[in-house]
Design a protein around this ligand. Structure first.
Ligand SMILES: Cc1ncc(C[n+]2csc(CCOP(=O)(O)OP(=O)(O)O)c2C)c(N)n1
Ligand SMILES: [Mg+2]
Length: 694
């Protein structure tokens, strides 16, 4: 259809089409201008995204963080131009990191003109925390769909805790657009299985069934019956045979909203590159600009002025304002009025909601935290963690989480009265059962955190590998998620090298922004949690022992509150003038202390530095850091049951690391400690060697 002039007023249907074609052509032009990007899927899915946003979603562009908004997740993040066009045309406003609503647009036309360029609010893939209106970062396929399960769980939990008769404070839905890639990825299957089990009827995935991925037709690698698969998961499965049929799409979305007791998958048949005569239905439309001639032909097929670029015709912005703009504003103002009277009736609950939204902690959040008395036999890191977590979860109503079927081993079960188990029939439970789905667990934890709950996920440290891509996104999104990883090293002995992490500490330490903490005794575990709970924009990984670790006598040694500085002098040479420094974390801390005592007895001035967290230590002042590791002391020995990779930074070229250079082995712990050199005598010998004494 052609762009009309103001002289002839357009019908609603014409305005719908004009709006859809604006999304399409902005996407085409942006990719062409950037000389990179993915035009084909935005061209195909513009009608879907248009219908969802302008006709269905309860989202107020003026306040993209209004707590009861419907969530939209673009899981096929390569189609980001869909989102940039939509955020622009709906006039969605920006919000800053302090949750202040700013007047300026979230995505301007200039941003779209600078698609994929440095500083543009229209980057290659949707980035939460960079662009307001993006609910989660996507791009790694499957992450979005899995994160959406966490968002849907959060809505169920929030509604159970906070809704009251006549006060549906939380009743939002979660909409997801995904493609073949998201459904091929393992994490997508894990997430769909979990969502079906939990009967998340607030969750709707729309599957872009275009039969195309990068290498060509999906018949190359994907021949299962997706509908049957999702039916088996317990989903409601709908089909829309024509991605251009707005009414059918709207109808299917309506069926979703009426369907109770199961999530909905809408299988939408579409044509990638719709409108481009030589490229539609081909992989060529997926990930490269159409080319100037094909752009002209596509525009011609839409009835668009062929030479116009980045054109937003008159009437389009107004059409969005009259649709989602008006509907969203009304929904939000209704909710705000509702919340005002809720605040009057349920003051305490309203305060909780306010605190949660700002990621504040409730007063008294750290009361009754355990203090562990000195004990040579000690207690396992995981046990100290379980005790601490149970206190915190009672003090912080919205702290919840679970394990990937290892809660009895991870000691993450919340055992106090009323903690409950989160299931379809008991959505107020705080113990989540992720099943043996580590990857989806981590993404779900992200989704819970994006919904402002304080969430943790747990498994053995070795299986952090199975969760790593979602942990990485946690860091990229700056979410205060918590990952509890037990069985941190060779302590599980007989389970052998398949279960003994080696390279994992190096691997999590390499993720920018992620805080890794490997506490050395029970009181360090408590202090680690105290630190982690106060994070607002950073994820944390807790690496905990399976076996008991001696609880150090804090009257003789420095207090465990030193954990908050990442590393601290635990025990020192007389006069604080060390000639050798032993640096250790986790289960090796007590080993270092043992060696230290022996060294002192031999007249060697040693210092023990407990270093549970590199990242926290790096945040301290240079003065503090050199006070812990004085530049003049070159004889430094790091001891850690993990890859030595990276320790050079603290031991320097004159130092030494007692660590792992191979995989472990299946044997009792004592035998492993002997085989791999984690014994006090060996530490003493190494220290002496560094000092040139034998
Ligand atoms: C985990 C992951 N693996 C690979 C990629 C690279 N990649 C981006 S898009 C794509 C093809 C996706 O196909 P589909 O989901 O069907 O999207 P469509 O081309 O139909 O838009 C691939 C392999 C990725 N982004 N994430
Ligand atoms: Mg596809």
């Amino acid at each position: 259809m052609s762009v009309k002039t103001a002289a002839a007023p357009m019908t609603d249907a014409e305005l719908d089409q004009l709006s859809i074609d604006t999304i399409r052509t902005l996407s085409i032009d942006a990719v062409q201008q950037a000389k990179s990007g993915h035009p084909g899927t935005p061209m195909a899915l513009a009608p879907l995204v248009y219908t969802l946003w302008n006709r269905v979603m309860r989202f107020d562009p003026a306040d993209p963080i209004w707590p009861n908004r419907d969530r939209f997740v673009l899981s096929n993040g390569h189609a980001s131009m869909l989102l940039w066009s939509t955020l622009h045309l709906t006039g969605t406003r920006a919000v800053n990191a302090d949750y202040e609503r700013l007047g300026q647009p979230s995505v301007s036309l200039e941003d779209i003109r600078h698609f994929r360029q440095l500083g543009s609010k229209a980057p290659g893939h949707p980035e939460y925390h960079w662009v307001s209106g993006v609910e989660t970062t996507t791009g790694p396929l499957g992450q979005g769909v899995a994160t959406s399960v966490g968002m849907a769980i959060a809505q169920k939990w929030l509604s159970d805790r906070y809704n009251r008769p006549g006060f549906p404070i939380f009743d939002y839905d979660v909409y997801v657009v995904c493609g073949d890639g998201c459904l091929m990825e393992g994490i997508g299957s894990e997430a769909a299985s979990m969502a079906g089990h939990l009967a998340l009827d607030n969750l709707c995935w729309v599957y872009d069934n275009n039969h195309i991925t990068i290498e060509g037709p999906t018949s190359l690698a994907f021949s299962e019956d997706v509908a049957t698969r999702f039916l088996a998961y317990g989903w409601n499965v709908l089909r829309v045979g024509d991605a251009n049929d707005l009414d059918r799409i709207q109808h299917a979305l309506g069926v979703f909203r009426e369907t109770k007791g199961r999530p909905t998958l809408i299988i939408l048949d579409s044509h990638i590159g719709y409108g481009a005569p030589h490229k539609h239905d081909t992989a060529a439309a997926h990930g490269e600009p159409l080319g100037e001639e094909e752009v002209r032909l596509a525009k011609r097929s839409y009835g668009w002025p062929e030479e116009a670029q980045f054109l937003v015709p008159d009437g389009v912005r107004q059409h969005f304002a009259a649709g989602i703009g008006a509907r969203g504003a009304a929904a939000r103002s209704q909710w705000t009025a509702l919340f005002d009277s809720y605040r009057a009736a349920y003051k305490e609950l309203a305060i909780e909601i306010d605190q949660m939204q700002r990621r504040d902690l409730p007063t008294g959040w750290d009361r009754n935290l355990p203090v562990f008395a000195a004990d040579a036999k000690g207690i396992a890191g995981r046990d100290a963690s379980g005790k601490t977590l149970n206190v915190l979860a009672q003090n912080i109503p919205w702290l919840l989480g679970g394990s990937a079927d290892l809660a009895p081993s991870n000691k993450t079960t919340l055992t106090y009265e009323g903690a409950g188990s989160f299931q379809a029939g008991t959505p107020g439970g705080k113990n989540l059962h992720f099943g043996i789905r580590e990857h989806a667990m981590a993404a779900t934890v992200n989704g819970l955190s994006l919904s402002k709950l304080r969430a943790f996920g747990a498994t053995f440290f070795i299986f952090s590998d199975y969760a790593r891509p979602a942990i990485r996104l946690s860091a990229l999104m700056e979410l205060p998620t918590i990952f509890v990883f037990t069985h941190d090293a060779m302590g599980d002995g007989e389970d052998g090298p398949t279960h003994q992490p080696v390279e994992h500490l190096a691997s999590v330490r390499a993720i920018p922004g992620l805080i890794t903490l490997r506490p050395g005794d029970a009181n360090e575990v408590v202090e680690a949690y105290r630190y982690v709970m106060q994070l607002r924009h950073q994820p944390a990984v807790l690496v905990l022992s399976r076996q008991p670790l001696p609880t150090l006598d804090r009257r003789a040694y420095a207090p465990a509150s030193g954990v908050a500085r990442g590393a601290y002098v635990l025990a020192d040479a007389p006069g604080g003038n060390p000639e050798v420094i032993l640096i250790a974390s986790g289960s090796e801390l007590s080993l270092a202390v043992e060696a230290h005592v022996k060294l002192l007895a031999e007249g060697i001035r040693s210092r023990v530095v407990s270093m549970p967290s590199w990242e926290i230590f790096e945040r301290q002042t240079p003065e503090y850091r050199t006070s812990v590791l004085p530049a003049g002391v070159k004889a430094r020995l790091a001891i850690e049951q993990a890859s030595t990779f990276g320790w050079e930074r603290y031991v320097g070229s004159d130092g030494h690391v007692i660590g792992m250079k191979t995989f472990g082995a299946s044997a009792p712990l004592k035998a492993l400690q002997e085989k791999f050199g984690f014994e006090p005598e060996r530490v003493v010998a190494s220290a002496k060697e560094l000092l040139g004494r034998r």
